[in-house]
Design a protein around this ligand. Sequence first.
Ligand code: SF4
Ligand code: SF4
Length: 442
Amino acid sequence: MEKTADIVNAVKQAGVTGAGGAGFPTHVKMQAQAEYVLANGAECEPLTHVDKQLMIHHAPEVVAGMRLAMQSTGAKKGIIGIKAKYKEIIANVQAAIGDQDDITVFGLGNFYPSGDEQVMVYDMLGRIVPEGGIPIDVGCVVQNIETLYNINAAAQGKPVTHKYITVIGAVQQPMSVCVPIGITIQEVLDLAGGVVTPQPVILDGGAMMGEVITDFSLPVTKRTKMLLVLPYDHQLSAKRRTPRTVLDAQAVASCDQCYYCTDYCPRHAQGHAIEPHKLILLLASGIPLTDAQMAGAMLCCECRTCNYACPVHLAPGDIALNIKRDLVKAGLKNPYNRQTEVNPYRDYRRVPMMRLINRLGLAKYDVAAPLTAVTTTYTRVTLNLSQHIGAPAQPVVSIGDNVKAGDLVGQIPNGALGAPIHASIDGVVQAITNKAIIIEAN
Ligand code: SF4
Ligand code: SF4
């Protein structure tokens, strides 16, 4: 596939979205004009394995996806970021690159959050994304490894019907799997031999940036990347289930303004005006959340590095991200757009991965999760219409229609940002709600 419009259209029709969890429609990124395409293979969420497994088992497809992303954006250079410690994976990817000398591998550090796209852009190229900006502001498009894999499949006419997921933690057999989109979380847990704790809590997306789920009948979506299963009383599970009012009250009562949270904030280290300690001071002063002084929260990337940094175990990251979400909901626009300079201490404020895993109480779950073949046949899937950033897909099928895996069932509304949805199994459309299309096998 040579023409940019053909590549972009194939990616759009295939419903490719950011597979790292962001869910941004990929065809939009593919239309940008860039100098560099950067592949994010950092997997800096503790215990994630999907991208490593893809680079072990499907490196040629990932590199082919990089080539297509470079073609469509006009980028002259592609750089695949992989943690330097994974020497065998790097060798595997380099073998797939072969003599394409416009694609290289960059060895990333083993710290959190080495996969934050702005951190990665600076580490790889020494360019700082301005406040409130995105990598294209400095000539870069960043794509996740699984997204590149899906871009390559799209160019061959294969839509996104399956999702790679790591299921790890308190399960019988941790593993990475490729499953049809729309099966339940419980069905993924069953593949891993089931949970081994009486009252499990799942962090969907991982220990640092994941969201708590306790309803395991929810469906897998294009954004599902990692299911970290924890006992109910695990310190991380307990902290993440703590209501916002309690987190705020604890911070107001106990924060000594030591500044560690701000010191370790990776976006603050890029010179951006995000200062979690100050947000707590403002909360304590009774400043309304919509006050302009709170606006620095809009620069928070929701990484929760500051939670790790806090010596008295407060949750400045949750406070910052909650304020940010409130400000966005209130329609406030980010007022910060400066081109900044990095803090000279930036490189000394990185969180070593092993220290983070130990601090989070995850050392016992830090095991391999190899890609494991799925032989189960699934008879029912629930395809959410909103699995991506933008407008929900509009159903283009009716109840009773026969569909085959790969058939289009939901289309992008006219003129909207979004991604189409495809059937992930053969079957009959059983129900259509305002949230999902349900397909059952014949
Ligand atoms: S979560 Fe904390 S460390 Fe991360 S960007 Fe927001 S304020 Fe900074
Ligand atoms: S690190 Fe903790 S105690 Fe120190 S300023 Fe931040 S929230 Fe307050």
